[in-house]
Design a binder for this molecule. Structure first.
Ligand code: GSH
Length: 214
């Protein structure tokens, strides 16, 4: 069977989540890089694939899926060998879903403090405060827990850790996940949960460093 296609941008954290989850469960992706996400996704052809004009977009033999967390849910539900990363049991699954929705909001707060680095600017104090508030929430969620949802690693752990990962490129942002003790320990637990985490992180760091050096 032809591989699934991922419309991707190497610097996009949501795309990175999809590449990571696919790598962990052993799904081959044909990567189609989009050069300019603000232009190339707005052609009539691409808007048919995703009216929201965002990457990632997964193409699975005529089915188009956008939203990175929805793609991660789909990939695990359809292709993983077991359901440990996204449990079928509804009482377990809802805990993962809750954290994934939390992550959607967290990521937006992080974007608000991260993107000014590209413009050589400082983030707004109210944005810094909101991002730190989410980190405190995350720290409470992890109190006495190894993982964010249930007793094993799930796509919620990968999604949230992925959202936090961009902060390392703006060390002066005033938002530092490693200042939260539970978060710090959990981040290294997630990183060592699968070799793909290190691999995908390295690729991403290299791509982002190149852009920041420019
Ligand atoms: N919530 C979406 C966010 C996707 C997103 O914002 N992608 C950016 C790249 S990181 C994009 O394609 N932006 C182009 C645009 O908004 O027009 C997801 O998780 O997939």
């Amino acid at each position: 069977m032809a591989p699934l296609i991922l419309y991707n941008h190497p610097l996009s954290p949501p795309c990175r989540l999809v590449r990571l989850v696919a790598g962990i469960i052993g799904v081959d992706l044909k990567i189609e890089d989009v050069k300019d996400v603000y232009k190339d996704l707005k052609t009539p052809e691409m808007l048919k694939k995703n009216p929201q004009h965002t990457v990632p977009i997964l193409e699975d033999h005529g089915l188009y899926i956008s939203e990175s967390r929805a793609i991660a849910m789909y990939l695990v539900s359809k292709y993983a060998k077991d359901d440990s990363l996204y449990p079928k049991d509804i009482n377990k699954r809802v805990l993962v879903d809750q954290r994934l929705f939390f992550d959607q909001d967290l990521f937006q707060r992080i974007v608000n403090v991260f993107t000014p680095v590209f413009q050589g600017k400082q983030a707004e104090p109210s944005h810094i405060e909101k991002a730190n508030d989410s980190l405190e929430t995350l720290n409470r969620m992890l109190d006495g827990k190894q993982w964010l949802a249930g007793d094993q690693v799930t796509i919620a752990d990968y999604a949230v850790a992925n959202s936090l990962s961009v902060l390392e490129f703006n060390p002066n942002s005033g938002v530092d996940p490693t200042k939260q003790p539970n978060v710090k320990q959990w981040l290294s637990r997630v990183e060592s949960s699968h070799t793909k985490c290190g691999e995908v992180a390295r690729e991403y760091r290299e791509a982002l460093k190149k852009v920041l050096q420019k």
